[in-house]
Design a protein. Structure first.
Length: 234
């Protein structure tokens, strides 16, 4: 078990000035989406270096680290799981996916979701029943809803857009800005690969889309088309 060694390294790398910046950036104040989260003050490139350093850590090590109250510990745990999943056989990838879905309460900020779910959840479900994503899309948890849409990034890279569009439609009335941004981001990724598919979706749902979702979705369209969508002239 390497968890004690990993925690020792994280403790030595802590920086209070950086921690204060990160607490503000990730909205940890009362009533904010990251309320109460604790930061050591370690930036992502350093955590990626640690991930390489501790590449021998087991899945059990990562799951134990995921239980930490420190944000960076949880992010490192997820980075370790992502790397293990790249090298894993089918059985181990399934185990990692199962652990991930059982610990979504620990995957509780947008960076934790975005850096992990396409590879762990999307990859696992590529050739499987994707109904778990639809259950997440209906969850009361903001982060499970974000997992639902961002996991489809893995499908988009294979020019497989159906689930992205279907989940985006389910999230159209979501009240959370972080969901509007994530959904718009995934729609934008669809459009980068197939503008016709994106604009077909926009034609049907334009009037129902939150403005933030629309702006994110059309960001990479040719400027005349982007302006036309913004001004409702399409």
């Amino acid at each position: 078990m390497m968890v004690a060694e990993i925690r020792g390294r994280l403790e030595k790398l802590a920086d209070q000035e950086t921690a204060e910046i990160l607490r503000r950036f990730f909205k940890t104040g009362p009533g904010e989406y990251g309320e109460g989260d604790m930061f050591r003050g370690i930036r992502v490139p350093v955590l990626r270096k640690l991930c390489r350093e501790f590449s021998r850590a087991s899945v059990d090590d990562a799951v134990e680290l995921l239980a930490s109250g420190w944000h960076e510990d949880r992010l490192l745990a997820l980075l370790l799981l992502v790397e293990r999943s790249r090298q894993a056989d089918e059985a181990l990838r399934t185990l990692i996916y199962t652990h991930y879905c059982s610990h979504t309460d620990r995957i509780n900020n947008w960076d934790l979701v975005d850096l992990s779910c396409p590879r762990i959840v999307g990859c696992h479900l590529q050739e499987r029943d994707r109904s778990p994503l639809y259950r997440f899309a209906l969850s009361e948890s903001l982060w499970e809803r974000r997992i639902a849409i961002v996991s489809t990034f893995h499908f988009i890279r294979a020019d497989d857009f159906d689930d992205t569009l279907a989940i985006a439609e389910k999230l159209m009335e979501d009240t959370e800005d972080l969901i509007h941004k994530a959904t718009g981001w995934m729609l934008r990724e669809v459009g980068k690969r197939n503008e016709e598919v994106l604009e077909g979706f926009l034609s049907e749902y334009y009037s129902d889309m939150p403005r933030t979702m629309l702006r994110y979705a059309i960001e990479k369209l040719p400027e005349p088309r982007r302006q036309a969508w913004l001004k409702g002239r399409v």
